[in-house]
Write a protein that binds this ligand. Structure first.
Ligand code: PEP
Ligand code: MN
Length: 338
């Protein structure tokens, strides 16, 4: 259930409504917007008499949520979520944020060179996998924590934030000092134990859509994190598996406006995994920005062809720089900046 408070509702009135919800056996999640406070009630709300809440002082309206996700739905935060990072960077506002870096962290030179160029081109996050979910057990599995240390150092030295993938619960704690944003990969979108644990962490999470997941399933996975009290979740469209074989995945650009409509969470477009082909990354990145993505996640590498993973979809730094110029034009056309 959603209880929307009046703009002028006092803290005492809000507290009284929360108390009444708790008394009715409902778990309460509060969001305090710029103009309005919303209280989402989760749990056994079907048997709760809503009219009891409608008459409480300060309440604007009360309604049941028909969608299976309660906290990820737009109704919880109609104005949209803005995820703020330590250095003041915000995802979910007018500025489209660019996250770029290699698929995998390989060595110091690769990461530092990439970081410098990503920053100079206008990027905000340095990406790089240290724990890699590879289709083959014989493929490069990532550098682990030493790789994350490099990522973190290169990011900080260049005034960037660091994003990297977490594959299991045991990695959360050791990763905490080195990442600003935990990435949950497509393969782990329904690793519910991992999602629950990330709900307890007070660091933002980038949740990628699974290769065969519907948007509803993506939002339900986000719900696992939100229901633990971590509201800083950013979603990511990275292509889904279809019958089409011309591209590695089919990038579902329409997922961007669909998510915007259904959810308050920011959405990122990943044209690298979305296409799997270097020559198609730029067009799909442009399309994602045009469609309203709050950020773009792109794989770049100083020697793209020789990348230890995902070489075929990785941009050379020069290509990334050119793309940034194009994205600025597109962003302006849809009322945003980069
Ligand atoms: C990645 O970002 O390198 C990655 C493995 O992504 P995905 O989980 O979308 O395949
Ligand atoms: Mn990759």
């Amino acid at each position: 259930m959603i209880v929307a408070m009046q703009e002028k509702a006092t803290e005492e009135q809000i507290d009284a409504v929360i108390d009444a919800m708790v008394e009715a056996g409902v778990g309460v999640h509060r969001t305090t917007g710029a103009t309005q406070t919303i209280l989402a009630g989760v749990g056994p709300t079907a048997s709760v008499d809503l009219s009891k809440f409608e008459v409480l002082p300060g309440v604007l309206h009360v309604h049941r949520i028909s969608s299976p996700y309660k906290l990820a739905g737009r109704g919880f935060r109609p104005e949209g979520t803005v995820v703020e990072f330590a250095n003041g960077v915000k995802v979910g506002q007018e500025r489209v944020i660019v996250m770029a870096g290699p698929c995998s962290i390989e060595n110091s030179e690769q990461v530092f060179e990439t970081a410098k160029r990503v920053k100079a081109a206008g990027g905000t996050f340095l990406r790089g996998g240290a724990f890699k979910p590879r289709s083959s057990p014989y493929a490069f599995q990532g550098m682990g924590i030493p790789g994350l240390k490099l990522l973190h150092e290169a990011a900080r030295e260049n005034g960037l934030l660091a994003v990297s993938e977490v594959m299991e619960i045991a990695q959360i704690e050791p990763m905490l000092p080195y990442v600003d944003l935990f990435q949950v990969g497509a393969r782990n979108m329904q690793n519910f134990n991992l999602l629950r644990e990330l709900g307890q962490v007070r660091k933002p999470v980038l949740l990628k859509r699974g290769i065969a997941a519907t948007i509803e399933e993506l939002l339900l996975s986000a719900e696992y994190i939100l229901s633990g009290g971590n509201y800083d979740v950013i979603l990511c469209e990275r292509g889904i598996r279809t019958y089409e074989t011309s591209t590695r995945n089919t990038m579902d650009i329409s997922a961007i406006p669909v998510v915007k409509k259904l959810s308050h969470l920011p959405i990122v477009g990943d044209p690298s995994h979305g296409t799997g082909r270097r020559d198609m990354v730029a067009p799909m990145a442009r399309a994602a920005v045009a469609a309203g993505a709050d950020a773009i996640l792109v794989e770049v590498h100083p020697n793209a062809d020789k990348a230890a993973s995902d070489a075929a979809q990785t941009l050379y730094l020069e290509q990334f720089e050119e793309l940034m110029g194009q994205l600025r034009v597109i962003a302006a056309a849809v009322g945003r900046t980069i």
